[in-house]
Every structure is written in C-alpha cells, then in structure tokens.
Design a binder for this molecule. Sequence first.
Ligand code: UDP
Ligand code: 7WV
Length: 458
Amino acid sequence: MEKEKRSYGAHVLALPYPSQGHINPMLHFCKRLVSKGLKATLAITTFISNTMDPKSDSVQFDTVSDGYDEGGFMQAESIQAYLERLEVSGSQTLAELIKRYQSSDHPIDCVVYDAFSPWALKVTKQFGLPGATFFTQPCCVNYIYYYAYHGFLKLPVSSLPVSIPGMPLLELPDMPSFIYVHGSYPAYFELVLNQFLDVEKADYVLVNTFYKLEDKVVDTMSKVSPLITIGPTIPSFYLDKRVENDYEYGLNLFHSDGSNCTHWLSTKPKGSVVYISFGSMANLVQEQMEEIAWGLKGSNYNFLWVVRDSEGEKIPEKFIDETTSEKGLFVKWSPQLEVLSSEAVGCFFSHCGWNSAIEALSLGVPMVVMPQWTDQTTNAKFVQDVWKVGVRVRVDEKGIVGREEIEGHVREVMEGERGKEMKKNAMKWRDLAKEAVSEGGTSDLNINEFVSKLINSK
Ligand code: UDP
Ligand code: 7WV
C-alpha cells in the first residue's frame, strides 16, 4: 500500500528545559511552526506530563525523562545532581524517542532544543538531523555570557563599568546575578555559559527576542555567532492574531484561578490596578514580602498579587485582614497575558524574568522591576535604561527593598510624568513587537526562512 502523502512540510521535535519560563516560549514557537505548515512535537518530562494537563489543538506532546519521574526538580539532591541526571537520562530518552519516530510514518526532521541542553545536539547529530538551539533569554544577556564563556570578560569583574560592544556601559548590579555575585550558583553559572558549548555546530541559533528591541546587540553578536530572532513567542491572539485558537500557552505548572482574575479586573477603572508577580520560581524572604505588602498599602492602589502556595505564609496577617476584596485580590497563579492586556492594569510589579518582561513590552504595560537573580538583573537594566518602560527598585544594605522605595516607584509609574513617558514607550514597543511577528516582519521572515530551509533540506 502506498504511504499516505504527508500533509505537513517537516516534523520538528522541540525539547524545552523543564521549567515554566522555558516551556512557554518553546511551546508557543511550536504553535507558530504548525501555523506555517510544519508538524511539531513538544517533548516534556514524564514528571511534568504526569502532573500537568498539557493542552494544544495543534502541537503534539511526548515525553523524555530528566531521571526524576516521581518528583522532578524538587526530588533532586542538589542543582548539580539534577543537571547531571537531566543530561544522562535526557540524552538516552531523547535518542529513544527519535528512534521511535524514525521508524514511524512521521520521522523527525529537526530537533529544536533549549540552549540550556547543548547535549541534545550530540544526540541529534547521531541521527544525522539538523539541530536548532533555542535561547530563551534576550540577546543582551546571551552576549554577556558569550563574552564570559570565551574569557573576554575577566571574572570576578574588577574593572567597572563593563564595556561590551553593542551594549550600554554596565555596572556590577546590571550583570546577570551569577556574575554580579561571583561564585553564586556555580552549577547554574556553568549551565548558562554552556549555552555556547558547540553552538557553532548547531544548524540554527534561535533567540526569543525581536530585532528592533535589540538591534545593536543583535548586529554585534551576529558577526561572531550567527543567530536569528524569532520572538516574541507569545500567543498570537495578543500580537498578530494570525494563528487560530492561540490564546494561551496551554501548559501551566500551577493551577490558575483565571475567571476570578478577569472578573475582578473587569470591575476596576482603567489604569487603577498594580499587577504583581515574581514568576514561577522566586522565593522571597518574609521581610521582603512584608515590605511589598506595606508599600502597596501605602500607594493605595488596587492590586492583583500572585502568591504561589510556597509563598503564602509570608504575607502579614494584619495586611490580609486590612485589605478588602475590593482593593486587593490574591491568586496562586494568573492567566498573565489576559491580566496584562486588561485596561484596568496600570503597571506590572515584576521580577523581570524574560517572559514576563517581553510580555509586558508586547502588551504595552510599564513596569516596576525587582530583579532577584539569573538574567533578571540585566533585563531590568534594559527595561529601565534602554527600553525606558520601567523603573528598578533599589535594595538597602540588608538586601531588602523597603516599603517607601516600593510605594514611591509604584506611584511614579502609576501617576508621575515619567510614568506617562514609560507608558508611551511601552506602547511603541508593543507596536514594534506586533510588527515583528506580523506578515513581513523581521521575526516572521526569519521563521519563514527557517521553515523553508527545513522543508528543502529533508
Ligand atoms: N505566568 C503566568 N501566571 C502567573 C505568573 C507567571 O502565566 O501567575 C507565566 C508568565 O506569563 C511567563 C511565565 O509564567 O510566561 C514566567 O516566566 P518568566 O520568564 O517571567 O519567569 P520565571 O518563572 O522563569 O522566573
Ligand atoms: C530555571 C533554572 C535555572 C535557571 C533558569 C531557569 C533561568 O534563568 O532561565 Br538559571
């Protein structure tokens, strides 16, 4: 019997690093590829697959193992142990998965893997397939790591400010935390630097950013390490609206009270709400949570605050008692894009994880940023001084951001002259983000070229 003719151009297997901030952009990129005629399979870990309920009409899900099928990262003895086992089990199960597809009707034609997992390229090449590494962080951060990886940036940093071509001068707190706090999280530092391990052997280097947002860094970095910008990878409904049924990411590691948020927001006047979230991983010390609470109270604005289960106990009881449900809403997880696109939201108080930052830029929402670690410090520098869409709060001698500092910055963004300027800039970036992924935009053209090369190289 003749084989059924393929209805798709090529089959992409995508392998995200197993965290929320890495799954979201990869999953969404897959949806975009499907909308352009490819077939896409997202390989999540067995643990995540067993605990979540991934939803997508267009992307297919499959599993690999990080070696911790019962508890994921939380089950690991240490960060280093997790990363080591992820590489061993990940390589093995990725190979098994590709092998299984190669003897089916829809063999894999390309592997798109998170830059955090350079080992995936070795597996990909064993099957003679093209590999595309996917950077989930912005180019400004990647280029700093590129410099450090090649020893162009001497560590610990002793000469300040740091001058890197294509970038503004950087002070120490503007550097990624692993550089800023030299020696912190050595295993993660190795992970972020190793994004450049074998990068020249990858057939494609994809970055979740868009050209006009980072034109100087992209141009500078492209000369030494060719890359293509394919972002923002946020659901199409919020940008070009060309991908059908693409309203949400579709894989949440936490349960959300979605309709609750949207209903509550719908009762609030335009620009009256501060949305607060520190992403999926940050754990703040109790004193910091208290300062945020009293800073908010002082500002007297409405607020929608995402407090994950593990953070709940850190909110002062007195604050909860004094806050009416009209004034403030606490949720354990939010439909963040829906929230950010609500007219009621006047500013986003954020840890400045890259997804959150590019989502705010794409939806035209100004920010107060309180970076915690990893790339967030550098993202915050660019949010404040390059894109000019937010202000960064400063920590005191004890490493805490005080309530007055918080109240002052929230007021500045919500009501000050500078706030109006930031809103205007945010709207400009929103338009440029839309343009980038719309027909003929920089990211759209880059994705089209990637797609046609894949189809033609089969
Ligand atoms: N997010 C969400 N609901 C929340 C908080 C976060 O849907 O209540 C999403 C957010 O839209 C983003 C991702 O989770 O896409 C978090 O990624 P980010 O890079 O901002 O931070 P991380 O969690 O990696 O620190
Ligand atoms: C998850 C685990 C470790 C890191 C990150 C995410 C990130 O910064 O993206 Br270093």
